[in-house]
Design a protein around this ligand. Sequence first.
Ligand SMILES: [Zn+2]
Length: 188
Amino acid sequence: MRLIGTLKKEYDIQLILKSPMHISSGTRQGGYNAILRTSSGPIVPASAIKGKARDNFSKLVQSKCESKSGNKYCTCPVCSIFGGTGYQPARIIIEDFLFVKQDNADVPISIRPNVAIDRYRKVAKDQALVFNEVLSKGVFHGRVQVYFTPETIQFEKELKLSFKMIEAIGTGKSRGLGFVHVEVKDIE
Ligand SMILES: [Zn+2]
């Protein structure tokens, strides 16, 4: 990575839940689908944030991305910041977002039944009542670092907006789950 001429910026980002959220850990415990968590509490994985921000940023800058046409080193703003195919590095570092614990308060987790619907027949599957853990409310917090270049710094506003535009995280959006409000602050 060329460091001369790069401009490092750091942002403090909060995801404020507007609805209950379910980010599956892919594991079942006690008969329900558990949410993703570490020993310190629920998390939103960096990969989920990065994927949404990249999609939003692509829409905002409408770059002529050449990565799909076999160009291994695309210089569009999206690939320059989020990384491209092959060995093209990302110039954005996103950490997992951690749940902000309130003093003396338990993490507000509840269990929700959800009837699995057969996608093709639009009817409830037999024996298909599943139970999901959901996080009822709260705030997640994480930091994002970007190593801008003289070319990409002109898209800083769009990059910050691409995080603010994230409206839902996790699964169950059609059932009203995962809606968030995002705040982005510069760290000086
Ligand atoms: Zn590209």
